[in-house]
Design a protein around this ligand. Structure first.
Ligand code: DQA
Length: 156
């Protein structure tokens, strides 16, 4: 029997990419009655802990600039296992972001802290949802944890 026989798979999985869109840098002070008092740092901490528990690293980024977000998505090709994204206001406006999310060919989970379906009608439509494996909305920041768990189920 060679030394390699029965060798265990030691390759690290590619990290999960967590993306947060515009205004989410102000979590904690922005409309706390809608978004709660947790900050973006709390979101990233929760996401990192959840990913680590499941054996994944996490890359997290937030921007208020749509082109920056699209560039990050392009740069993620072959670098990540999947994407968890809260597209924030771009959810309801951006064909360009939706087009970009198709490019990596990786599974996507869409997260909203608030229950967008129970809010203004303009928040009821998402350009991202048709490209997502699932949407989690209305669970506060715990939605990020649920999204990572579901993403890892999908990655297999
Ligand atoms: C949001 C909901 C969006 O409608 C809004 O524009 C946001 C945050 C959420 O997390 O509930 O910025 O994505």
């Amino acid at each position: 029997m060679s030394d390699d026989a029965g060798a265990r798979e030691t390759t690290e999985p590619l990290p999960i990419l967590l993306l947060n869109g515009p205004n989410l840098n102000t979590l904690g002070t922005r409309q706390p009655e809608v978004y709660g008092s947790d900050t973006l740092a709390d979101v990233v901490d929760l996401a990192e802990r959840t990913a680590a528990e499941l054996g994944f690293g996490l890359r997290a980024a937030q921007t208020n600039h749509e082109g920056q977000m699209i560039d990050w998505i392009h740069e993620s090709v072959r670098q990540i296992s999947g994407i968890v994204i809260n597209p924030a206001g771009w959810t309801h406006t951006s064909v360009a972001l939706a087009d970009a999310l198709v490019i990596p060919g990786a599974p996507i989970m869409e997260v909203h802290i608030s229950n967008v379906a129970a809010r203004e009608p303009f928040r009821h439509h998402s350009y991202v949802s048709p490209h997502a494996s699932g949407v989690i909305a209305g669970y506060g920041i715990r939605g990020y944890e649920f999204a990572i768990r579901r993403l890892v189920d999908i990655i297999g």
